[in-house]
Write a protein of this length. Structure first.
Length: 136
């Protein structure tokens, strides 16, 4: 099966994130000086300007910060998914991640809803992190 939707274009900064996703792991940069966890990655910490960073493993849980329900496909490859939810998820570690909400009806989605990561393995190179309502 061929995946026909747009795929990420990793660069030197984001490659560790996408390599982690391939292993079903959410990885983010953390500043070793002030411990700020950030996304997107960068060469310096936006809080303290340190360049001493490491990649950490996130737990994959958070809540919906904001969202939109799409009823019109802005790319033909998403037409069969309508309606679908695009959201910004605030992860427990702090970063905000733009993603899709899956595993529930779009009418059930609300801000502050607890969510957890699920993975869509789209090909041998990419697994995309998506989120579903958290299991209780």
């Amino acid at each position: 099966m061929t995946y026909n939707k747009p795929l990420p274009q990793p660069n030197a900064d984001t490659k560790p994130f996408w390599n982690g996703c391939k292993k079903h792991q959410l990885r983010f940069q953390e500043c070793r000086d002030c411990h700020h966890v950030r996304w997107p990655p960068s060469i310096i910490c936006p809080k303290c300007y340190s360049n001493d960073t490491e990649w950490i493993l996130a737990c994959g849980k958070g809540w919906i910060y904001t969202y939109a329900v799409y009823h019109q496909a802005f790319h033909d490859s998403f037409r069969d998914d309508l309606p679908y939810v695009t959201a910004i998820v605030e992860l427990n570690e702090g970063p905000h991640l733009l993603t899709n909400i899956v595993g529930c009806n779009h009418d059930e989605v609300k801000c502050d809803m607890p969510v957890e990561v699920v993975w869509e393995d789209v090909n041998e190179e990419f697994a995309l992190p998506k989120f579903r309502p958290a299991q209780r």
